[in-house]
Design a protein around this ligand. Structure first.
Ligand code: 5GP
Ligand code: ZN
Length: 142
């Protein structure tokens, strides 16, 4: 646990987030500066700075959550494609030093960007989190 880490604060409920899904090891929520509609982050609940520090157990749990959220994005956002990426170290473009994976819906012909400068529309982020969460919960019951 890291006291000044924004993602640890989200895990502890001390900072707000548009949560999609959580389990013992992972949490998925909407990126607050979405590059595309549906841009979602999957994080480990434990604080690891990056892939090098993260435990294999936590990484496997992130992969399982990413797959659940990917299927939800496929149904809810219906993108042409889905980009999954994860940055390690400032040189790679990492800006939040708590392990996280990006799930970014993509459209044909769209320019490639890893970060955005504009915050997402709060109502749209709420709507997406609710719809994606409902889809994941539905699939869990099957
Ligand atoms: P990185 O560059 O480290 O791979 O990505 C960090 C991501 O976290 C960025 O896409 C950024 O928009 C997002 N982000 C930064 N702070 C917050 C926050 O407080 N809440 C949410 N939901 N996303 C954040
Ligand atoms: Zn953290």
């Amino acid at each position: 646990m890291s006291h000044n880490c924004i993602f640890c604060k989200i895990v502890r409920g001390e900072a707000p987030a548009n949560k999609v899904y959580e389990d013992d090891h992972t949490l998925a929520f909407m990126d607050i500066f979405p590059v595309t509609d549906g841009h979602t982050l999957v994080i480990t609940k434990d604080h690891f700075a990056n892939l090098f520090e993260a435990s294999t157990e936590a990484l496997l749990a992130v992969a399982a959550t990413a797959k659940r959220v990917a299927h939800a994005l496929e149904t809810v956002v219906k993108p042409d494609g889905l980009m999954v990426f994860q940055l390690n170290g400032a040189a790679a473009g990492q800006t939040v030093f708590h392990y996280h994976m990006h799930l970014m819906p993509r459209a044909h012909g769209e320019p490639l960007a890893l970060h955005a400068r504009q915050p997402g529309d709060p109502a749209r982020l709420d709507e997406l989190a609710a719809a994606l969460g409902a889809h994941v919960r539905d699939k869990n019951r099957e």
